[in-house]
Design a protein around this ligand. Sequence first.
Ligand SMILES: Cc1ncc(COP(=O)(O)O)c(C=O)c1O
Length: 391
Amino acid sequence: MKHYNFDEIIERRDTDCVKYDLLETIFGNGGALPLWVADTDFRVPDFIMDALHLRMNHEILAYSYRPESYLEAIINWMDRKHGWKIEKEMITSSPGVVSAVTMLIMALSEPGDKVIVQPPVYFPFFTSIKGSGRKMSENPLMLKDGRYTFDFENLKQIIDPQTKLLILCSPHNPGGMVWKREELEELSRICTENGIVIVSDEIHADLVFSGNKHIPIPMVSEEIAMNSAVLMAASKTFNVAGLSTAFVIIPNKKLRVKYERVLHTVHIEGGNIFGNIATEAALKNGFDWVSQLMAYLENNYNFLETFLTTRMPKVKIMKPEATFLVWLDFSAYNLTEIQLGKILINGGVALNNGTKFGTGGDGYFRLNFGCPRAILEEGLVKMEKAFDQIV
Ligand SMILES: Cc1ncc(COP(=O)(O)O)c(C=O)c1O
């Protein structure tokens, strides 16, 4: 098996990348170490770059479609990675996971209907709901034994006849939870009983740490399989988010037809030629690479945990079961989010502030450890120094 070097530091400045090149605009400190936006600093694997280079050599990049081999790559990946057997008819497309969330909201509800979110959660969901003229209904996550879980009692209370959809983030960003079968079963039961479709953002599905198992929502029961849509992409795992390509799996034909009507209306079903090629190459060849990536990320997390527990014990860590993101609770410092944010950025490290993720996010910051260990260590040392000065 080929060995990949995740310690390699690749200069990303001056590539028009959000993570580094927008630091000055967004944080007012262009020289800060970026442990914020959710992409990684790892090189795109050779099997993806080779496939892209090969296609680039043919110097016509006109309209293209997704071939059978693309669909086969998704079908095989779902089976091998998640034990989920899907048919090619179930697969449809989107330029992104968030755009698919928005299109599903438009396809499966009417203006004024209610859509449930479970904050703190990936914040673009809020814009998808409000921007499309729907009402956002909140079922905040509950903290139990140091991890988030669903509040089923509150969920039952807030559901009414206008409630049409629930957006699930699985695995969870920012908390890193891999939802357990019992959690998903109860959530699915409540939703199907009330005619609520689950829109399941599973973009982080391939980034699961040892000892945890991601369950695509349609695998939970026959009923929820007919009442859900799964959104996935190679973008997070293989660091190809700039190619703007995702895929959507909807087992129920009726729901799929409604979704595809919106896709067709917006006229974006063709997609991005390089995104399609990268996705196919990733899912055909990426199995061993992802195993190595996850081993590296797990070591990064362990390094972070040791560092923070010994050197910044006031920071409470929510141990992630998946993703390269960690949700850190700074509330023991008894400072406002603005004060905490200033300390961090003046100390030279950029993290995402918690309130952006909605209810329950105050006092938290999200840190991205999807980077070479040396960068992570530098960031943590900067954080320690920044807080040393105020205590
Ligand atoms: C949970 C989650 N969903 C969706 C996205 C973005 O997906 P896309 O760029 O395909 O819209 C992200 C990126 O951070 C994410 O963490």
